[in-house]
Design a protein around this ligand. Structure first.
Ligand code: IPD
Ligand code: CA
Ligand code: CA
Length: 255
C-alpha cells in the first residue's frame, strides 16, 4: 500500500468527488427498489456510488479487501488484513424522501483496528475525517466533546428502538434533555463528534458504524454494544456511541 498520508489525501478527494456526483445524480431521475421491505430502500445512486468507490479503492490499495453494503466488494468473514468498508448512501430513506440528511461513508481497518474514517454530510458540505491521531471537519480540527451526563444533553435514538421501547429506550429518552432522530447513522455519529448529541443508539451493521467508530474513539468517546460489550468490526448490533459518563449511565439503564 502507498503511504497512509497519500491514501488519506486521495480518499478525501474521492469523498468530495462523490459529493459532486451524488448532487448531480439527484437532479436526474433514479430508480428506487425495496430490499427487505418498504422501509428498506436502495437506489441506482447507492449502487453507482459504491461501484465508483470500489474501483478507486482497488486502484489505490489493490491488496486490501472491500466490504460494501450493496455487494460490489468482497465476501469477508474474517477481520484480518486491511479491510475498507463502504456505505455509499447512508440514510437512503432520507435521500429518497427529503433529499437531505444523508451521508457517504468509507473507512479502513487493519486487523480489526480502525485506521481512517470518513463521513461526508453531502447537503451540509462537511467532511468529517481522520484517525487515531486526530479528527477534522473539512480543514478544522475537532476537539473532544465535554464529558456530560445524560441528564444534561440531547440523545439520538433510532425510531424503531424508541417506538418499541427496546432496551428501556423510553426511560433513557426521558432521563435526557430530549431524544432526537435523524435517520442516518453517519449524520448522528457526526452530531456526537461535535457535541450536538451526547450519544446515539441504533441497531447498526458494520458499514453503518465503521467510520463513526474510528472518529468517535479518537475523540475519547465510547463505542460499545448496548450491553456494554466491545464492538467487533464485522458484527451487527445495537450500538451505543456516547461520552464516557453518558455511556455508563445509558448501559446501566438499558440492562
Ligand atoms: C440506515 C440508517 C439508519 C439506521 C439504519 C441503517 P442505510 O442506513 O443509517 O439511520 O437506523 O439501521 O441501516 O440503509 O440508509 O444505509
Ligand atoms: Ca447505512
Ligand atoms: Ca446505505
Amino acid at each position: 500500500m502507498d503511504d497512509l498520508n497519500h491514501i488519506d489525501q486521495e480518499i478525501q478527494k474521492l469523498m468530495w468527488q462523490m459529493r459532486t456526483e451524488t448532487l448531480s445524480k439527484m437532479k436526474q431521475p433514479f430508480n428506487v427498489d425495496e430490499k427487505s421491505g418498504r422501509k428498506d430502500l436502495v437506489t441506482t445512486v447507492d449502487k453507482s456510488n459504491e461501484k465508483t468507490i470500489v474501483t478507486k479503492l482497488r486502484e489505490l490499495d489493490p491488496d486490501a479487501q472491500i466490504l460494501g453494503e450493496e455487494g460490489f466488494g468482497d465476501q469477508i468473514d474474517k477481520a484480518t488484513g486491511r479491510i475498507w468498508l463502504i456505505d455509499p448512501i447512508d440514510g437512503t430513506m432520507n435521500f429518497v424522501m427529503q433529499q437531505n440528511n444523508f451521508a457517504i461513508m468509507i473507512s479502513l481497518y487493519e486487523n480489526g483496528v480502525g485506521v481512517l474514517g470518513y463521513i461526508m454530510d453531502v447537503m451540509n458540505q462537511k467532511l468529517y475525517h481522520g484517525g487515531p491521531n486526530g479528527v477534522f471537519v473539512n480543514d478544522e480540527p475537532l476537539i473532544a466533546p465535554a464529558n456530560l451526563h445524560l441528564r444534561d444533553a440531547l440523545v439520538g435514538i433510532s425510531g424503531p428502538l424508541l417506538i418499541n421501547d427496546d432496551h428501556n429506550m423510553q426511560t433513557i429518552a426521558r432521563q435526557s434533555r430530549g431524544p432526537r432522530m435523524y435517520g442516518s447513522a453517519g449524520i448522528e455519529f457526526a452530531k456526537v463528534l461535535t457535541g450536538e448529541l451526547i450519544g446515539y443508539i441504533s441497531y447498526l451493521r458494520p458499514w453503518d458504524f465503521a467510520a463513526g467508530k474510528i472518529l468517535a474513539e479518537a475523540l475519547n468517546l465510547r463505542v460499545k454494544t448496548i450491553d456494554g460489550g466491545s464492538l467487533s468490526m464485522l458484527s451487527s448490533n445495537v450500538v451505543l456511541v456516547a461520552t464516557e459518563r453518558a455511556s455508563e449511565e445509558i448501559i446501566g439503564l438499558a440492562n
